[in-house]
Structures are given as structure tokens and as C-alpha cells.
Design a binder for this molecule. Structure first.
Ligand code: AMP
Length: 197
């Protein structure tokens, strides 16, 4: 596993603790020999994690749709080792997926939620088998994981879906999960995907 994709907030108005933990995550990504694939902007957590990863030696790969690329270039444009501009948001997600071997989800808003939801569904349907790990800074994802449990409890998804994502409490735990990740078996029949009545 080499390239780690990060989905996270583009907001600059968060409590400082979200940024400092993201910087720690960026540092550990680099120090553990991973490259960073991310949304190609200096905004919010994206900016802070990419800067920290770069300073600690990671290769930085930005992937951004045309429309945002002019608006959101990283304030330090030397940060990129690779910079991919895509036609639109959908093409961007596909490119990020193609370039990465695993996914870290830091706290984020609707953009982050949209991106990770697609990756979870891809895994449920067997299109990929990469690790998906959330970093629970300030317990940000407690409510979402309660909702995930409800989805499974009420049989909107199979129990096995709960193995497709992991909630880590610290950046160190995120790295441990990525390094020890054992891919799930891909679904072979519809019964492996949907709950039977
Ligand atoms: P959000 O969680 O709503 O702040 O959205 C952040 C996520 O959506 C990131 O993982 C990015 O891939 C994408 N995104 C949203 N806004 C931007 C932006 N201005 N520049 C680059 N990527 C963005």
C-alpha cells in the first residue's frame, strides 16, 4: 500500500484542534512511507494535512475538477508532485479512486460525506476492497457511526457491511489499521450483498 487518499473538510472556520490533529495525521502518513492523494486545495483541513505531509517527506498528489482548480490552487503551489485536473467532480472521484490504495476520512461536511459514501458502496458491491478508516477527532463521527449501526440493525445493509469501514480514535490507530489491513472477501452472489427476508 503506497498511496493514501484523504477526504476531509475544506472549511477554515473549525476549532483549531481539528487542524492540529490533521497535521499529526499528515506527519504520520509521511513518516510511514505513504504518499498523499487529496482534493488539491489549501483550504481547511485539506491545506493543513497536505502541508504537514509534504514537510515530512510525502509525495503530494492533488486531484481537482477544472472549475475548482482556478479558485482553489494550493497557496503553496510548489507542494504538488502530481496535479491532476479533471472535467468534473465525478471524474475527480474516479481519478482519486484509481490513484489510491486506501482511504482516510478526517472530519468533514457534505463533500466528505458524499465522497466516502460512494467508496463504502463500491466496497459493499465488490468494486474495490481498499481499507476505509475514519479519524474520530473530537468524537466527530460518533453520531454517524450510530446511524451506520441503525442501518445494519434495521437490515438496510448486511452485517458484513460493518467490516467495510473502521473508526479510529487517533492518528496512530489509523496507521495501524492501514498497515494491518486484511482485505475482505469480495461478494460472489446477491445474498452476499443484500439482506434476505
Ligand atoms: P467538505 O467536507 O464539504 O468541506 O468538502 C470537502 C471534500 O470535498 C474534500 O475531500 C474535497 O475532495 C472536496 N472539496 C470540497 N470543496 C473543495 C474545494 N473548494 N477545493 C477542493 N476540494 C473540495
Amino acid at each position: 500500500m503506497k498511496n493514501i487518499c484523504v477526504f476531509c473538510s475544506a472549511s477554515n472556520g473549525l476549532d483549531e484542534s481539528y487542524y492540529t490533529e490533521a497535521e499529526k495525521m499528515g506527519e504520520l502518513i509521511a513518516k510511514n512511507g505513504f504518499n498523499l492523494v487529496y482534493g488539491g486545495s489549501s483550504l481547511g483541513i485539506m491545506g493543513r494535512i497536505s502541508k504537514a505531509a509534504k514537510e515530512n517527506g510525502a509525495k503530494i498528489i492533488g486531484v481537482i475538477p477544472e472549475k475548482l482548480s482556478e479558485l482553489c490552487k494550493h497557496s503553496d503551489s510548489n507542494i504538488y508532485d502530481e496535479y491532476h485536473v479533471t472535467k468534473d467532480m465525478r471524474e475527480r472521484k474516479a481519478k482519486m479512486d484509481e490513484l489510491s490504495d486506501g482511504l482516510i476520512v478526517l472530519p468533514g461536511g457534505f463533500g466528505t460525506l458524499e465522497e466516502v459514501s460512494e467508496m463504502i458502496v463500491q466496497k459493499i458491491l465488490g468494486y474495490n476492497n481498499k481499507p476505509i478508516v475514519f479519524l474520530n477527532t473530537n468524537h466527530f463521527y460518533d453520531n454517524l457511526f450510530e446511524f451506520f449501526e441503525q442501518i445494519i440493525l434495521e437490515k438496510f445493509a448486511q452485517t458484513r457491511a460493518s467490516y467495510y469501514y473502521y473508526l479510529a480514535q487517533t492518528p496512530e490507530e489509523v496507521i495501524g489499521y492501514l498497515k494491518n489491513y486484511i482485505p475482505n472477501e469480495l461478494p460472489k452472489t446477491l445474498d452476499d450483498i443484500y439482506v434476505k427476508n
